[in-house]
Structures are given as structure tokens and as C-alpha cells.
Design a protein around this ligand. Structure first.
Ligand SMILES: [Zn+2]
Length: 82
């Protein structure tokens, strides 16, 4: 769990072009990454969380939605269903 949090703490760095795209579309692809246990790599996206600001994550679930890892964490602690 601690390892995951450490990963999310890294700041998201965007080029000027990426910043513009983020403003226009709300999301912008950043880099492809792999994690332990993953067979391949996944495209990560930067997006803005209304609570935590600029975040980075990969699309999850059938809806391929981008969710803020910190908001997810809070919801999990509260036992809320998403
Ligand atoms: Zn958040």
C-alpha cells in the first residue's frame, strides 16, 4: 500500500502542448508504464481532480474511466460504493 502511495506522490510534468490539451479535452496522455504484476504497459493520462488538482492515472474498469487515486483511497476507507 505504501509503495502505491509513493508512486502517486510524484508530480506530473507536462509540456506546454500537453497543458493546452489538458485544458481543451480534460485529459492528456503522458507515458506508458508498467507495474509489478502487469503483463504489458498501460497508457497513463494526466487529468484534473476537483479536490487534489493535477493527477495521473490509467483508465480503469469497463468504462475506462480515469479516477483520482486519492479520491478512490478516501472512498475505500469510508466503505463507499463507486
Ligand atoms: Zn482527488
Amino acid at each position: 500500500m505504501v509503495q502505491v502511495e509513493e508512486q502517486y506522490r510524484t508530480s506530473v510534468r507536462l509540456s506546454p502542448l500537453q497543458r493546452i490539451r489538458l485544458l481543451v479535452t480534460g485529459t492528456v496522455p503522458t507515458s506508458r508504464r508498467s507495474r509489478p504484476g502487469w503483463r504489458g504497459s498501460l497508457q497513463f493520462y494526466a487529468f484534473r481532480c476537483p479536490v487534489h488538482g493535477l493527477m495521473e492515472n490509467y483508465p480503469q474498469g469497463y468504462g475506462r474511466v480515469l479516477r483520482c487515486p486519492h479520491c478512490d483511497e478516501k472512498a475505500a476507507k469510508n466503505g463507499a460504493q463507486i
